[in-house]
Design a protein around this ligand. Structure first.
Ligand code: NAP
Length: 291
């Protein structure tokens, strides 16, 4: 059955409830439905959150159906975070500047796009590892979509500098050149990684190196880090990567990627409902399926 038909049937089956969804391709592994349905339940909101596998060529019709069927909110994941921007009615300034939308709010048929990935990461970093990022020296390893979102949000916190290091140096240079900031934002090559880690207060792995099914791999050796520095990884499967394990053994504070996932969902929940997200219940639900 066509995915727009699936959405229509789902909407008819739950027509008494407020409806939200996540779209992606693939989407089967997404933990968002579990996490957001728990959040609605916890806050006694009569809502349902579903997941839909939407191929790129189905995206325009699907977005139009969301608008017309009164689906109140939508999360957007890979590969639709850029293309969806052309299909909605308004884009928040930060999402526009960083060039990706992962959350859509439907206000009376007007679709408004936001990006909660970067701010979700920063909220998690501040809640779980380091309360104040101002004047900190930061090293970001990787220059993909996730790196872009978190660097954009980190720049708003006025760190002392951010170095971006990527296997493909040209991509790090491109990313740095595309972001405007008063904070020194610099690209560097792999050869400088050890030295930069040695001097950094916060080192963040945004590459997929170390993710399941290759949990023994790491792009950063733990002993390159300064004692007491924060080692942060966007990966949450495993919950503690090899990088974090090694850095922790070396006297660093380990910060895993689960919090970013929880808080990007928490911000979306807050944009949709205007209520504070039940973060601990959301975390408990996701942890239960990951462990
Ligand atoms: P992406 O756009 O595909 O970027 C991948 C990055 O990893 C690129 O910089 C790439 O370098 C680098 N990389 C890949 N394989 C590498 C290797 N073998 N050695 C060195 N560098 C390598 O992916 P993304 O969307 O940014 O996601 C990156 C990671 O963040 C994934 O692990 C993803 O699961 C995680 N993530 C977590 C959350 C969360 O909520 N916690 C959210 C989003 C993403 P090149 O440019 O040289 O290819």
């Amino acid at each position: 059955m066509d995915v727009v038909q699936q959405l229509l049937q789902w909407q008819q089956a739950h027509s008494s409830k407020a409806l939200y969804c996540v779209i992606g391709d693939p989407i089967k592994q997404s933990k968002s439905p579990l996490m957001l349905n728990r959040a609605f339940e916890e806050c006694s909101i009569d809502a349902t959150y579903g997941a839909f596998q939407v191929a790129p060529d189905q995206l325009p019709q699907f977005v139009q159906a969301v608008r017309e069927l009164g689906i109140l909110g939508m999360n957007v994941t890979i590969p639709h975070k850029l293309h969806v921007m052309e299909l909605i009615d308004e884009i928040d300034a930060d999402a526009l500047n960083l060039g990706a939308v992962n959350t859509v709010v439907n206000r009376n048929g007007r679709l408004i796009g936001y990006n909660t990935d970067g701010i979700g990461y920063v909220r998690s970093l501040k809640e779980e590892a380091v309360a104040n990022i101002t004047n900190k020296k930061i090293v970001v390893v990787g220059a993909g979509g996730a790196a872009r979102g978190i660097i954009y949000a980190l720049l708003q916190e006025n760190p002392s500098s951010i170095y971006v290091i990527n296997r493909t140096v040209a991509k790090a240079k491109e990313l740095v050149a595309s972001l405007q900031s008063n904070v020194p934002l610099l690209a560097a090559g792999q050869a400088e990684l050890e030295q930069l880690c040695n001097d950094a207060d916060i080192v963040i792995n945004t590459t997929s190196v170390g993710m399941y099914p290759h949990p023994d791999e790491t792009p950063i050796a733990g002993h390159w880090m300064k004692f007491g520095a924060v080692a942060s990884d966007l990966i949450y499967n495993p919950l503690k990567t090899q990088f974090l394990l090694e850095a922790e053994q070396h006297g660093c504070i380990a910060h895993g990627g689960l919090g970013m996932f929880i808080y990007q969902g928490a911000f979306a929940f807050e944009y949709w409902t205007g209520q504070t997200a039940p973060v601990e219940a959301m975390r408990e639900t996701v942890l239960a399926v990951l462990q």
